[in-house]
Design a protein around this ligand. Structure first.
Ligand code: AMP
Ligand code: ZN
Length: 108
């Protein structure tokens, strides 16, 4: 999707610090970290939020969340947060899961 920063990251048009990548998804470091470990996971395909993604393709959404949980677990206890809608603070409207671990220093 044009004008979507996370589609541009998935296409390699905007640099990011990628920690995991496969055909379905990408996980990279948040540019404005709110924890010792603050990663952002996105599917390569554009969906606006996790509600839309899960409705459109529940199987891929399940695989996506399973991988985010695996990466989170590798850092010990973790939070997995999907802001869904501007009213709760979503600012990038390409579905993304925040993985937070270690010392948490702010809210996402
Ligand atoms: P949200 O408020 O849930 O929509 O979260 C969007 C997140 O994307 C924020 O934590 C931003 O710091 C992060 N972010 C925005 N642009 C970039 C970027 N180019 N690279 C890495 N993280 C980004
Ligand atoms: Zn997008």
């Amino acid at each position: 999707m044009s004008d979507c920063v996370f589609c541009s990251i998935a296409a390699g048009e905007i640099p990011s610090e990628v920690v995991y990548s496969d055909d379905l998804m990408l996980v990279f470091k948040d540019v404005n970290p709110k924890a010792d470990v603050h990663l952002v996971g996105i599917p390569r395909q554009h969906f606006s939020d996790v509600a839309e993604f899960s409705l459109a393709d529940s199987v891929s959404c399940g695989v996506f969340i399973k991988k985010l949980a695996e990466i989170g677990r590798a850092h010990g206890d973790f939070k997995l947060i999907f802001n869904t809608g501007a009213g709760v603070g979503q600012t990038v409207f390409h579905v993304h899961g925040h993985i937070l671990a270690g010392k948490i220093t702010g809210e996402v």
